[in-house]
Design a protein around this ligand. Structure first.
Ligand code: CAA
Length: 283
């Protein structure tokens, strides 16, 4: 039968992007957030993103309404009970994600696959919070989800072949290219990307160049679509710091030490685009 219904937990930029992508492929989606305003904001973000597509002549009003009709918002975790798949996109903290997965394990039907959109944490450890480690898997999307073609798929130690096959097939069905990688800190994407971002922040910290200059170098010299400092603001500086801490702790190698300037920005609450200020200021 495959996956017909899904619940996405966390209505932030990743969760809403995942919900939009699933609903765009005909899947009924429950978009959950602890906070009703956050859930409503997630749905609004999806509506706005679809309006952009309409503005560009890439979508019709009817398609927008149909896609939105497939998404229901909720603040009750128990509403995820009947979903074939749950994808959690909660903040990048082991304790938060473990607690959420343990609760999902209690409320969800025994066949429900529990996927995590973690960008760096151990799938094996997350799975240990549940009584169904064979049905737990990493499904790591990239931001902006509707645009980026990659999904990193990560098996925990006990993830079954059947779970892997279903998630691989789903990724293809929603127009993504799945790439399987091993369960190591930061997987492949963030082990490489975050080191570049952290080093870019060090060049600012050491006074080598301004954020604008660093970004120009990487855009014009290396043809990156966004400079690394702007990308850090786009991802969220709290997420960048959490990933660096996971890499540093997981490998025990000083090359992964987070730049003090990154930590300072997070302490100040300058988390990037989502708070209106990061390395840049957003109107
Ligand atoms: N929904 C649907 N389509 C969208 C969209 C959305 N939310 N946002 C943008 N698009 C589409 C636009 O319609 C546009 O399509 P066309 O080219 O067909 O017109 C296209 O994407 C490009 O968008 P824009 O023209 O608005 O802007 P842009 O050319 O500056 O591109 C960008 C924006 C796609 C974000 C580009 O700057 C980019 O690729 N940046 C790098 C993003 C990246 O590296 N992401 C990975 C981050 S790492 C991560 O997510 C994982 C992690 O764990 C930290």
């Amino acid at each position: 039968m495959g996956i017909q219904t899904a619940a996405v937990l966390g209505a932030g930029q990743m969760g809403s992007g995942i919900a939009q992508t699933l609903a765009g492929s005909g899947i009924a989606v429950l978009l959950y957030d602890l906070n009703r305003n956050a859930a409503a904001l997630g749905l609004k973000r999806i509506g706005d993103s679809l309006n952009l597509l309409i503005g560009k002549g890439k979508m019709e009003d009817k398609q927008r309404s149909l896609l939105l009709s497939r998404i229901t918002i909720s603040t009750e975790l128990a509403d995820a009970q009947a979903a074939d798949l749950v994808i959690e996109a909660a903040p990048e903290r082991m304790a938060i994600k473990k607690e959420l997965l343990a609760e999902l394990d209690r409320v969800c039907s025994p066949h429900t696959i529990l996927a995590t959109n973690t960008s760096s944490l151990s799938i094996t450890e997350l799975a240990s919070a549940t009584g169904r480690p064979s049905l737990v898997i990493g499904m790591h999307f990239m931001n902006p989800v509707p645009v980026m073609p990659l999904v990193e798929i990560i098996r925990g130690l006990e993830t079954s072949d059947a779970t892997y096959d279903q998630i691989r097939q789903l990724s293809l069905a929603i127009g993504k290219t799945p790439v399987e990688v091993r369960d190591f800190p930061g997987f492949v994407s963030n082990r490489i990307l975050m080191l570049m971002i952290n080093e870019a922040i060090f060049t600012v910290y050491e006074g080598v160049a301004t954020p604008e200059a660093v970004d120009e170098v990487m855009k014009l010299g290396m043809k990156h679509p966004m400079g690394p400092i702007a990308l850090a603001d786009f991802i969220g500086l709290d997420t960048c710091l959490a990933i660096m801490e996971t890499l540093h702790h997981g490998f025990g190698d000083s090359k992964y030490r987070p730049c003090p300037l990154l930590s300072q920005h997070v302490k100040a609450g300058w988390l990037g685009r989502k708070t209106g200020r990061g390395f840049y200021i957003y109107p």
